[in-house]
Design a binder for this molecule. Structure first.
Ligand SMILES: Nc1ncnc2c1ncn2[C@@H]1O[C@H](COP(=O)(O)OP(=O)(O)OP(=O)(O)O)[C@@H](O)[C@H]1O
Length: 266
């Protein structure tokens, strides 16, 4: 499948990307454009190549073929915050920045993620959600044109995850980087993304544009239809009536139906 070009100068342009391990072709002639400021979510079964693709975009891994155009200013946040335990919070944020106004910039980024009061704390004293916000601040401080997120909310409890969804949208709307979010969570993808890409065997199986108004919630009209479409594409059977029934019980975003909550966790 060939992705249509979205604009003259995309933030990301992948052409015929190939990545293989031994004889196993994990990314298979993949084409993808991401527009500046676009929020794209990547869904797919375990082993479909999501992390491999994200790591290539982050510059953490090579590709074996094809052409990869990415902005120099890019940052990645992973499922685990990857902080240096012996460095204070603000120092973790400034790692790799030139001195000068680094501390000021760290304070600003930490304030944006609601952690101005934790500047001097060591990572070991932070909650999981706080540590992940530090990781986000460390990304933000680099003013990335491309923000790569590999299941950054997966290890958090449901309420913290909801707060993080709101925060990420707020930060995205302020800074407008292009975002590529790898997730297993169908509802998370619909809540956050402009476009959802379903990856299968290292290829794009389908793209869905999410035209729902923001702020979004999973009770919104149109949400269920997109969810059903995605679950179908992902091969997750949902019993007739179960979706609606669960949604009525839970209401709001906080407790999405079990079928879509991490539907694809491997
Ligand atoms: N360094 C490696 N060496 C060998 N095989 C690898 C390597 N990295 C990834 N693979 C293989 O590539 C395939 C895709 O892996 P990848 O981690 O990209 O999938 P994924 O879609 O992110 O899966 P998950 O949802 O479980 O995280 C898997 O079959 C995996 O075993």
């Amino acid at each position: 499948m060939t992705t249509q070009y979205l604009c003259e100068r995309p933030a990301v342009r992948l052409q015929q990307i190939v990545r293989q391990f031994g004889g196993n072709r994990v990314i298979d002639n993949l084409d993808l454009d991401i527009a500046p400021g676009e929020f794209v979510a990547l869904l797919g079964a375990s082993g479909s190549g999501k992390t491999t693709l994200l790591r290539a975009l982050a510059g953490l891994d090579e590709v074996d073929g094809g052409r990869l155009e990415v902005p120099e200013a890019r940052a990645a946040v992973f499922q685990e915050p990857r902080l240096m335990p012996w460095k204070r919070t603000w120092k973790n944020v400034t790692l790799g920045l030139r001195a000068g106004d680094a501390r000021q910039r760290a304070i600003q980024a930490l304030t944006e993620v609601g952690l101005a009061h934790r500047l001097e704390a060591y990572p070991g004293t932070l909650s999981g959600g706080e540590a992940q916000r530090v990781a986000l601040a460390r990304g933000l401080v680099r003013e990335p044109e491309l923000l790569l997120l590999d299941e950054p909310f997966a290890a958090l409890d449901a309420l913290t995850r909801i707060r993080m969804h709101r925060l990420i949208i707020e930060l995205w709307q302020t800074h407008k980087p292009a975002v590529l979010l790898v997730t297993h969570d169908v509802d998370e993808a619909i809540l956050l993304a402009d476009r959802i890409i379903v990856l299968k065997d290292g290829r794009i199986a389908r793209e869905i544009r999410v035209a729902l108004e923001r702020p979004r919630d999973n009770g919104q009209q149109g949400f269920n239809a997109i969810r059903a479409q995605l679950l179908g594409l992902l091969g997750v059977a949902v019993e007739r009536g179960e979706e609606g029934a669960q949604e009525q019980r839970s209401g709001g975003e906080s407790f999405p139906p079990a079928a879509s909550r991490r539907a694809l966790a491997g």
